[in-house]
Design a protein around this ligand. Structure first.
Ligand SMILES: NC(=O)c1ccc[n+]([C@@H]2O[C@H](COP(=O)([O-])OP(=O)(O)OC[C@H]3O[C@@H](n4cnc5c(N)ncnc54)[C@H](O)[C@@H]3O)[C@@H](O)[C@H]2O)c1
Length: 204
């Protein structure tokens, strides 16, 4: 059993990941500002397995940019799954400073505090959008990122923070998911397949 901190654990991905981790027997703590309501938390508490999960779950409601909240959330954790972010291109373009603070600066602080707290393993959710719009027929991990937006630029830069923090005592990796689709208690309709599905239903 791992003691896991999931940042952004009640967003679209986290609201599906957290019950999955609990069902695997892990101890799960979530750090989240709950920007998109408490739908993920409510779904978790409505799950028939909640009475069993409750003793292995905790929520720290707070901002990833707040060192004291992050320290509190990291205490006693061996693993971090970092999901919290300004999480799409249009939102990231509204305020570059906010996007940089959350998607880059705060990742540096999280890494430093995680090492200080004795965390052994960190998985950082970057994004396939770091590749930008490409003309090559084959896009693979060997290509240099060419981010086009503030969201993808700060995701790409945060990958370097993660790689430079990694070492023998601290296994830190970046993942670059493509656009995800499907249901989550915190539903996103800005994602391509979800939006097409919603438009097909509502607009015929
Ligand atoms: N959903 C996708 O298709 C996709 C694809 C590639 C990468 N990603 C990445 O995966 C991660 C999760 O994506 P998602 O779809 O669940 O996003 P989401 O926007 O649904 O969830 C992000 C969560 O982070 C929280 N958050 C935002 N700023 C915060 C802050 N300053 N402090 C604390 N919490 C904060 C929000 O309240 C929210 O619950 C993100 O980093 C995103 O960039 C997602």
């Amino acid at each position: 059993m791992s003691k896991i901190l999931v940042t952004g654990g009640f967003g679209y991905v986290g609201s599906r990941l957290v019950p999955h981790l609990l069902s695997l027997g892990h101890d799960v703590r979530v750090l989240d500002l709950m920007l998109y309501t408490g739908a993920g938390l409510e779904a978790l508490q409505a799950d028939p397995k909640w009475p069993e999960w409750e003793k292995r779950f905790a929520l720290v409601r707070g901002d990833l940019r707040d060192a004291e909240k992050v320290r509190a959330a990291l205490t006693g954790r061996d693993t971090v799954i970092h999901l919290a972010a300004i999480s799409n291109d249009p939102t990231g373009d509204i305020d570059e400073v906010l996007t940089r603070q959350v998607n880059f600066d705060a990742v540096g602080m999280l890494l430093a505090l995680a090492k200080e707290a004795g965390v052994k393993r960190l998985i950082n959710a970057s994004s396939s959008s770091v590749f930008g719009a490409r003309t090559e027929s084959e896009i693979n991990e060997q290509l240099e990122p060419e981010p086009l937006t503030f969201y993808s630029k700060y995701k790409a830069l945060s990958e370097w923070l993660v790689l430079s923090a990694a070492g023998p005592e601290f296994c830190a990796v970046n993942v670059r998911p493509a656009t995800i689709c499907g249901y989550s208690p915190r539903q996103r309709f800005d994602l391509t397949v979800n939006k097409l599905t919603a438009d097909a239903l509502r607009k015929k």
